[in-house]
Design a protein around this ligand. Structure first.
Ligand code: FES
Ligand code: FES
Length: 230
């Protein structure tokens, strides 16, 4: 019976099966007394850990958060630039290949913009650039210095009230886990500002770049149609 320790390490040192005694990694595992089967289990376990780490830290692919003193990093040197975010000028140090999602979330503290895939597949990171819905995970920050950037935080009314699209999504029970919601909201706002009376198909098309793992698509469609009627 595998004990708790072997579940963590991936192999049981008490087993009597043939041992691996080659050099390198195999050798070091062999010296611990691991069997072939236990070694394979260990590799699978460590592979799972690597995969999980890739998922957790995948969102950091847009820039290195570890930099030596002076701002130099593997991707280059940061440069101080001005961005127009939600109607305000924000000064921020940006690496040459830093994505807008990284800048917004980790340097400007605008965490309403989510990072899902970090590779232009899910739409969680959608923001408006000059009114056009755009994946911020696939947009270099240096390329948007002359654009008006709007994030979900920028939709708040003067007295803290929700944007009509946000209110409609609440009314129609759009958000389930809510992870995709800011992206859905920004795509919907971008649509309604250019087309205030869209057909259901036009809404469907506008939101087609926003994946919802909870499958709440009809709720989001109903929400945008409701907001258009408001
Ligand atoms: S995080 Fe940008 S498209 Fe998925
Ligand atoms: S509400 Fe959960 S991913 Fe869309």
């Amino acid at each position: 019976m595998t004990d708790e320790k072997s579940l963590v390490s991936g192999f049981d040192t008490s087993a009597a099966e043939p041992r691996l005694d080659e050099g390198g990694v195999l050798g070091s595992i062999g010296r611990t007394g691991a069997s072939r089967r236990q070694f394979i289990k260990g590799v699978i376990a460590s592979g799972a850990v690597v995969s999980s780490a890739g998922y957790v830290f995948g969102g950091l692919g847009g820039c290195s958060m570890e930099q030596p003193a002076g701002g130099a990093a593997a991707g280059g040197v940061e440069r101080l630039i001005s961005l127009m975010v939600n109607g305000e000028t924000r000064r921020v140090d940006v690496l040459p290949f830093e994505t807008l999602a990284m800048t917004l979330r980790y340097k400007l503290g605008l965490t309403g913009t989510k990072l899902g895939c970090d590779r232009a597949e899910c739409g969680a990171c959608t923001v408006l650039l000059d009114g056009v819905s755009t994946y911020s995970c696939s947009t270099l920050t240096h390329t948007v210095r002359n654009k008006a950037i709007r994030t979900v935080e920028g939709l708040e009314g003067p007295n803290g009230e929700l944007h009509p699209v946000q209110q409609a999504m609440i009314d129609e029970l759009g958000p389930q886990c809510g992870f995709c919601t800011p992206g859905q909201v920004m795509s919907a706002v971008g649509l309604l500002e250019t087309n205030p009376n869209p057909t259901r198909d036009e809404v469907r098309h506008a939101l087609s770049g926003n994946l919802c793992r909870c499958g709440a698509y009809d709720h989001y469609l109903n929400s945008v149609m409701r907001a258009a009627r408001a």
